[in-house]
Design a protein around this ligand. Sequence first.
Ligand SMILES: Cc1cc2nc3c(=O)[nH]c(=O)nc-3n(C[C@H](O)[C@H](O)[C@H](O)COP(=O)(O)OP(=O)(O)OC[C@H]3O[C@@H](n4cnc5c(N)ncnc54)[C@H](O)[C@@H]3O)c2cc1C
Length: 463
Amino acid sequence: MITEPTNGNFAEAIAIDGTLVEELRKKVTGNILSPGHDHYDSTRAVWNGMIDRKPAVIVQCKNTEDVVHAIRFAREHNLKVSIRGGGHNIAGNAVCDAGVMIDFSLMKKITVDPINKTATAEAGTIWNELDAATQEFGLATTGGTVSETGITGLTLGGGIGWLMSMLGSASDNLLSAELVTATGEIIHTDKDNHPDLFWAIRGGGGNFGVIVSLTFRLHPIGPMVTGGMLLYPMELAKQVMQFYREFVPTTPDELVIFAGFICTPDGIPVCALLPSWFGPQEEAEKILAPIRAFASPIADLVGPLPYTQLQKFLDAAAPKGIRRYWKSGFFSELSDELIDIQIQHLQTRPSPITPVLFFYLKGEITRINPADTAFSNRQQHWDIDIITQWTDPTEDEKNIRWTRNFWNEIQPYSNGVYVNHLDRDDAARLSSAYGENYLRLRKIKTQYDPENFFCMNNNIVPS
Ligand SMILES: Cc1cc2nc3c(=O)[nH]c(=O)nc-3n(C[C@H](O)[C@H](O)[C@H](O)COP(=O)(O)OP(=O)(O)OC[C@H]3O[C@@H](n4cnc5c(N)ncnc54)[C@H](O)[C@@H]3O)c2cc1C
C-alpha cells in the first residue's frame, strides 16, 4: 500500500496547547481551526478522498501578515507546514499530519487590468474564478482543464491547459509573485527582482515560499470558442488513437486535442477525442473536418461554447472527495505497441469511472527554452495519465494494484513526468520532471530554504 509521509524532524503535535492557539488567534485576522472546530474536517478534506490527515491547527489566512504569523508559529514550535491553494493535488500535499496547515480559501481577491492585460489574484483563487473575472474583458491566460483546480499549485508546477499551444504554460504567463519565505520575509519576485527565485517558482512547485498572490499576462480569448468531445466505440479505439497520433502534431497552435478512454454515464467504455479551437470561429468547421471525416463517432458533442464553459467541461468527470490513485508520464512516441498495451489493460479496468487521458505538447509551450524556467520537459511529446478513481474503500487495493501493473508495463516507454502529476509513491521520479534544471533548483532551494522547512510538496531537497 502507500506509506504516509513521516514528520521527519518536526514535532508530533497532535493537539497544541490551547494557550498557544489562543496566542496565535490574537495575532491572526483570519480563522484558526483546531480539531473539533465546526469547519476543521471540511477544511482538511481535499480532492483526493484517500487523504485523511489531521493538522494540529489550520490557519485560514486573510492577508499576508497572517501567513507570516503562521510561519513564525510553526517555526517557534517546530511544526511541519503544509499549504493549501485549491486542494487538488493528487498526493494531498496541501494537508499535513500534526502540523500547521496554511489555508488560502479565504484569499481570492482578483484585480484585472484590461488596459495592460494583466490579472493579479490571491493564492486561494481557483481557475473558474480567475476565468470568470478575466473573461468579463474578453481576456484569459492558460489555466487548468478542471475549473476547481487552484491557480497557485497548478502554476507553480508549470501549468498545462487548453491554451498552452497558443500561449505557453500558466507559468510562462506569470509576470510576478508575492511570497513569504521560510524566515517570514515578504518578497516580491519577477524577472528583475530575485530572478533566481522567479525562475524556480515557474515549475519548481511550493518549495521556495508561501505564495500570497500571482500576476499573470492576459490575452484576448473568446468569449466564444469551439470545443466538446466525439465518442467512438472501443472497437475503433486503435484506429482513433492512430489517427490522433498522426493528426495532432500537424495542427495549428490554436487547435488542441485531448484524447481519452472513458466510460459513458451508463458504464459503456468508449474512446473520446476532445478538440478545442481558439482561432477564428468561422474556421472551426474546416479545421475540425479531418476529425469528423476519418471515422463515424457514436456521438459528436463538439460545437461553439463560451470559454468559461469549456474550462468546466471536464469538471463532472473529476468530482471532489472520491478515492484516487494516479500514474502519469511523458512519452516521445505513441507507438502501436503502447496503444495495444493500453487497450488491453482497459479491458480489466476495475472501476468504470477511471479515465485514461492523453494530450500532446506542441506550439508555444515547446518553443520556450527549457532552461528559461524550472518547468523543463517542454519537447513535443505525449502525456498519458491513468487517473484511477473509485468510491468504495474496500476496493483500494484492487484499484491501486491494477494501476501499478498498467503503469509498470508502460513506464519503460516514458521519458519523464510532469511534476504536478506525481502521486505519493513517486518521489523517486521527481528528478525526471526537471532534467538538467534539477541541480539549479536544489541550489536555489538551499539559498531560500536551507532547512527544508517547506517539505510538504514534491520535495526538492537542499543541496
Ligand atoms: C482533477 C484534476 C485536474 C487537473 N488538471 C490539470 C491541468 O489541466 N493542468 C495542470 O497543469 N495540472 C492539472 N492538475 C494537477 C494540478 O496542477 C496539481 O494537482 C496542483 O497541485 C493543484 O493545485 P492546487 O492549488 O489546487 O493544489 P493544493 O493541493 O492546494 O496544493 C498542492 C501543492 O501546491 C503548492 N501550493 C499550493 N498553494 C501554494 C501557495 N499558496 N504557496 C506555495 N505553494 C503552494 C504546495 O506545495 C501544495 O502542497 C489537475 C489535478 C486534478 C486533481
